[in-house]
Design a protein around this ligand. Structure first.
Ligand SMILES: O=C(O)C1=C[C@@H](OP(=O)(O)O)[C@@H](O)[C@H](O)C1
Ligand SMILES: C=C(OP(=O)(O)O)C(=O)O
Length: 447
């Protein structure tokens, strides 16, 4: 059994500069689109992590050529040649989705565009994540999906090499990825796709906007003028050469560190214009009493003298970090509109309540989120549930509460394998202020 990770505690305010690896959501979208583009594409400084590795493995298995090439920095670029026309999946192919929502939702519609049977499987925790709407959408597009009656992985997609579009209804109340998945490949359908959401409200709508914006940037015509309806016109996906933005959602724990220690954390190269939901930290953190500035591309967050409670909706994948900050606040917080977190890497609402309360906190689950009341926290084990954002939530709390140990910190490899080293280096910058410039580059290198 791996030892628990003693979360670094900082009795003094941090003063640190951190650079974050590339966005998971952008890397995995661009990888899928490169696999169906009209020529060779290049991803510069992409994410290197378990989720991106799983996507690369899936796309290679489906016929795409993906090669590492030296990049401008430490991270190699990826050069992608698209899936050849008429590709047939090798007999017995199983795609390992791990625990990656972007792989288990985005790749099955792509498998429908090649010939042959492709089985999708994943980690034990992946086998309880909702998949029924993807299966229903594929079946609505007249794609045969085998063993999918229970609405979960594993199942097998029987592709015929082409998909006709048409009007498809999908209930994306459980995940925005059900919409993104179909939209991403729809330009390669034979006829226009009209995708319509039916059901309760769609979560994580920023991620759907990201999908639409990325598609448009590659010449795909998407009409989203009617709310909850998307029409995609068949046509080429233009081959591309993109530099990936850093992951602004994964910036969250580092920015939260400024609040947890009443210190300052700076992130250079913050994009001035982005589709990432993580840009919302600029709205969220001031509500907790932090000062946030964006000048010359440097995002600077300084924690206030105390953390104020918040009442906030639709934090999507930012919710675990937001809850961790709320657990350190001096007034109550309510997080709303995140019931779908029950279908993320784990049931995040139950997990956050269990782990915050195990440290002496006072968190309760509501129908659509969490209420977190102020309470003095103490040290103890913070369990991760194989969830990278649970692990980083434990790290945030551990900065302010001595004696927190995070179980399975290695699960951060899902989107940020260097997290433990980056976190230690961030804390070390403050411990040795005279060498802060050196430490800044160590953090940037993820050393
Ligand atoms: O499309 C994407 O890249 C994502 C969409 C969101 O999923 P949900 O809509 O299931 O929240 C988000 O939480 C996930 O981390 C990434
Ligand atoms: C929900 C998340 O991931 P996934 O892409 O696996 O859905 C997440 O990263 O917070």
């Amino acid at each position: 059994m791996t030892a628990h990770w003693p979360a670094p505690f900082s009795a003094t305010p941090l003063d640190a500069t951190v650079t974050i690896p590339a966005s998971k959501s952008l890397t995995n979208r661009y990888l899928v689109l490169a696999a169906i583009a009209d020529g060779e594409s290049r991803l510069r400084a992409p994410l290197q992590s378990r989720d991106s590795d799983l996507m690369i493995g899936a796309l290679r298995a489906l016929g795409a050529g993906i090669t590492e090439m030296p990049g401008a920095g430490d991270v190699p670029d990826l050069v992608v040649t698209p899936i050849p026309a008429g590709f047939t999946a090798p007999a017995g192919l199983t795609v390992d989705c791990g625990l990656a929502g972007t792989v288990m939702r985005f790749v099955p519609p792509l498998a429908a565009l090649v010939s042959g049977a492709v089985k999708f499987d994943g980690d034990p925790a992946a086998l309880v994540r909702p998949m029924a709407p993807i299966v229903a959408a594929l079946e609505g597009l007249r794609v045969r999906v085998e063993d999918a009656e229970d609405g979960f992985l594993p199942f097998t997609v029987h592709g015929t090499g082409s998909v006709d579009g048409g009007h498809v209804q999908v209930d994306a109340g459980g995940s925005s990825q059900f919409i993104s998945a179909i939209l991403l490949v729809a330009a390669r359908f034979n006829t226009p796709l009209h995708l319509e959401h039916v059901g309760e409200s769609v979560p994580s709508v920023d991620h759907i906007s990201m999908t639409v914006e990325v598609l448009r940037s590659l010449g795909v015509v998407v009409d989203d003028s009617t709310p909850l309806n998307w029409i995609v016109t068949p046509g080429p996906v233009a081959a591309f050469d993109v530099s990936l933005e850093q992951d602004l959602s994964n910036a969250g724990p580092f920015l939260a560190a400024a609040l947890a220690t009443r210190g300052t954390v700076r992130i250079p190269n913050w994009p001035s214009n982005t589709t990432q939901v993580g840009d919302k930290w600029r709205e969220i953190l001031p509500q907790f009493g932090a000062t946030v500035t964006l000048e010359d591309g440097i995002l600077t967050v300084t924690g206030g003298p105390e953390i104020l409670g918040v009442d906030i909706s639709d934090t999507s994948e930012l919710a675990p970090s937001t809850a961790a900050i709320a657990a350190l606040a001096s007034t109550p917080s309510q997080l709303r509109g995140i019931s779908h977190l029950r279908g993320h890497e784990t049931d995040r609402l139950a997990a956050l309540v269990a782990e915050i309360n195990a440290l002496g906190g006072n968190a309760v689950e509501t129908e659509d989120g969490l209420i977190i009341n102020p309470a003095p926290l103490h040290g103890g084990v913070f369990h991760s549930y194989h969830d990278h954002r649970m692990a980083t939530a434990g790290a945030i709390i551990g900065l302010a509460v001595p004696g927190v140990e995070v179980e399975n910190i290695a699960t951060t490899a899902k989107t940020m394998p260097a997290f433990p080293a980056m976190w230690a280096a961030m804390v070390a910058q403050t411990a040795e202020p005279s060498s802060s410039a050196d430490n800044a580059s160590a953090v940037e290198a993820g050393a």
